[in-house]
Design a protein around this ligand. Structure first.
Ligand code: SF4
Length: 444
């Protein structure tokens, strides 16, 4: 395969490991995903836990004997109140009321905290407790966002929060693949080979407690195979990329058999030469456009590869990144941080998306703690930045007094484009298809 700057996300790898088609439908064909009530509740619970990294770590450090549960419940209360009141404002009632939403979220969060308190009782407090850390391994073209990473001297725990339902994670299921994929990234952060789990404990917290999935040779092999599959599916300009993974599919519990049958049938008819010529032409044009969109997505990753390869002086000369920043102030009113740098910025303009990397000693640069946001304004000797990936309290907890590098990044808008291609192929009326065929043909 020709080297590209495509990236396989841990979540996509895990989906592809369960079924290649399940990955391809939303991520290649653009089939829209739909949320469930339980999934929305899980999202709220996940937000509370992500926002409470500091509270969790402080409780872990302070409570040396007895149960951690009560102090933990008290410590996360402010984040819980803030997140739940936000949902009270934005929740649209339909099949479920907001009271049902909050009641289920309270129950699920309570159960998650019980598992977390037990985990905290197992061993002393970590030196660092990182939340929502995005790690990119440019050598394997692999990226993931780990819910929490607890680090001791030479040991670390990769923690995933499974909040979207109450079921226990299954062996050789999605969550098992995901935590092994994320664990490989944690190994990379700690400068171990990705397959060396000797210092890395994997933990999945779910509303029924906690699980310690094993990173067996077989599961690692499945993850690596699925990663190669995702990268091939993203980068091939061929229309013959369907590979079948060696993992049993679970069609009987799949939520999208109709969409799957549609695309499988379409591709089969094409291979057998049974598609009417105008439909075959539309299919060809849509594949062409799809790969152009996916190729465009690579641009958003090019900066990552440059930052991992080139020295800082070269990156500054190319206006890809600037070093020498630190957090100067926090403006709670606007939700922004002020980054200070003696010589100000020569690279960034108002509105630019930006990634801030905390320069940690002995870590690969793309495995250091990082935050994403956008430039609100260049200011005297610095930048005003709105952080979108983390709450401000987590940014100051994890990055105060640390040197920061600000690097260019891009916002990925390709999902919407792919979904309009799916609409044309699957649901548009014949006249719209005809117009699309002409339009794609002319512009292609
Ligand atoms: S119906 Fe079966 S093959 Fe199709 S996406 Fe679902 S699990 Fe995969």
């Amino acid at each position: 395969m020709t080297p590209t700057t495509h990236i396989a996300m841990s979540s996509d790898i895990s989906t592809a490991a369960t079924c290649g088609w399940k990955y391809r439908l939303p991520k290649i064909f653009g089939v829209p995903t739909s949320g469930s009530f339980g999934g929305l509740v899980g999202w709220a619970v996940h937000d509370v836990l992500s926002k409470s990294g500091g509270a969790i770590h402080e409780t872990w450090k302070k409570t040396t004997n007895g149960s951690h549960l009560k102090p933990l419940q008290l410590a996360i209360e402010p984040a819980k109140e803030e997140i739940f009141s936000g949902w009270r404002e934005k929740f649209v009632e339909g099949a479920h009321t907001i009271d049902e939403f909050v009641a289920l979220a309270e129950t699920r969060l309570g159960a998650m905290l019980e598992g977390l308190a037990e985990l905290m009782s197992d061993r002393g407090p970590p030196d660092r407790f990182l939340t929502e850390i995005q790690i990119t391994n440019p050598e394997s073209h692999h990226q993931g966002r780990i819910d929490a990473l607890a680090e001791w001297d030479n040991e670390y725990e990769t923690i995933d929060y499974k909040t979207y339902d109450d079921e226990a994670p299954r062996s050789h299921g999605y969550e098992h693949f995901q935590i092994v994929a994320n664990g490989m990234l944690a190994n990379y952060r700690n400068r171990h080979p990705e397959s060396d789990f000797t210092h890395n404990q994997l933990v999945i917290l779910y509303p029924g407690g906690r699980r310690y999935p094993r990173p067996t040779e077989r599961v690692q092999e499945i993850v690596r195979e699925a990663r190669a599959y995702v990268l091939a599916a993203l980068s091939s300009s061929s229309t013959e990329t369907v590979q079948v993974l060696r993992v049993p599919k679970a069609c009987w519990v799949c939520q999208r058999p109709d969409e799957c049958n549609f695309y499988k049938g379409l591709e089969r008819m094409h291979r057998e030469g049974n598609l009417p010529s105008d439909e075959d032409e539309l299919r060809r044009l849509l594949w062409q456009r799809r790969y152009r969109v996916l190729d465009f997505r690579q641009i958003s990753h090019r900066w990552d590869f440059m930052v991992s390869e080139k020295p800082v002086e070269e990156l500054e000369r190319l206006r890809v990144a600037e070093s020498g920043y630190h957090i100067g102030a926090v403006d709670k009113g606007t939700g922004c941080i002020i980054l200070s740098r003696s010589q100000g910025t020569r690279t960034f303009l108002k509105g630019d998306p930006v990634q801030l990397v905390v320069l940690e000693p002995d870590r690969p640069i793309l495995a250091c703690m990082n935050f994403r946001g956008s430039i609100q304004a260049p200011v005297v000797n610095g930048l005003e930045v709105k952080i979108t990936s983390h709450p401000l309290s987590e940014v100051t907890r994890l990055a105060a007094n640390s040197p920061l590098i600000a690097m260019r990044t891009e916002v990925d808008l390709t999902k919407r484009e792919l979904s309009s291609l799916d609409f044309i192929q699957r649901r548009a009326s014949p006249i719209v298809k005809e117009i699309a065929r002409i339009f794609l043909g002319v512009s292609g």
